[in-house]
Design a protein. Structure first.
Length: 270
């Protein structure tokens, strides 16, 4: 299916790993111009090479610190110089890893750090992107939230709160930007085998018999430790969410805004 993304200008923050990279690769495969914003030069370089191999019309590496407004604005200034417009902004950066902690175990610094990446990074990117999005013939914003905002776990309270704030922000933006034809949606992954989850399994004691590369094992541990089972009885691979983000961010999606799209392997929540 042609998503109409050939030549489109796309920026993915947090696009060097996991779901962000999966999305960037899908946009590249559709022939879009893709800019990737991340902190690590080596990861940016490796991602850029992969995007070129996938068929991206142009690739821009944007080293930036998402916790710093000036750094983010400098990155978007480079996009303005290169392309002069932006069709798609994807915010896929995840909150910092403060570990598996309950409310009483978290201090103010950990709360602030989680919200700084989990919510405020998207605020900074949207703020910087809006002038470029408004210049384009069509524009989409896709924020990657989390299914855990609907299915709570006391062990990831800061992460879930930051993602819930992102979902609320997206809904509000969809309302305010609709008159301009800028569509804003969230995509909420459920139990995916992210790099963070793989590391969590690696750190488990051997008696748990958890293979971090086995999606069935990953799902078993998620169900046991976080109470987040999926009807498909396995975790998702990050590559499975990239096409969803690409569709939501494409002109083929012409009438969906303010939506929160679950990609969770099946659950009792909508």
């Amino acid at each position: 299916m042609d998503l109409g993304l050939g030549g489109a200008a796309v920026l993915v923050s947090g696009g060097t790993k996991g779901m962000g990279r999966a999305a960037a690769e899908c946009f590249a495969g559709e022939g879009a111009r893709v800019a990737v914003l991340g902190r690590t030069p080596a990861a940016l370089e490796a991602t850029a090479q992969a995007l070129r191999e996938r068929g991206a019309a142009d690739v821009v590496e944007l080293p930036a610190d998402l916790t710093d407004r000036g750094s983010v604005e400098d990155a978007f200034a480079l996009v303005e110089q290169r392309w002069g417009e932006l069709n798609v902004l994807v915010n896929a950066a995840g909150p910092v890893d403060v570990g598996i902690k309950r409310f009483e175990q978290l201090d103010d610094t950990e709360w602030q750090a989680t919200f700084d990446i989990g919510t405020m990074s998207a605020v900074r990117c949207v703020r910087a992107a809006l002038p470029l999005l408004r210049r384009a013939d069509w524009a989409r914003i896709v924020n990657v939230s989390a299914h855990s905002t609907k299915r709570q776990s006391p062990d990831i309270v800061a992460y879930t709160a930051a993602k819930a704030a992102l979902t609320s922000l997206s809904k509000n933006l969809s309302l305010s930007l609709a008159p301009e034809g800028i569509l804003v949606n969230t995509v909420s992954p459920g139990s995916f085998n992210s790099e963070g989850m793989k590391q969590y399994l690696r750190d488990l004691p051997p008696e748990r018999n958890a293979d971090p590369d086995d999606l069935n094992d990953v799902m078993r541990i998620m169900a046991e430790d976080f109470g987040h089972p999926a009807h498909l009885l396995r975790a998702g691979d990050p590559a499975e969410i990239g096409p969803v983000i690409a569709f939501v961010g494409s002109p083929l999606n012409s009438y969906m805004t303010g939506a929160d799209v679950n990609v969770d392997g099946g659950s009792d929540f909508t």
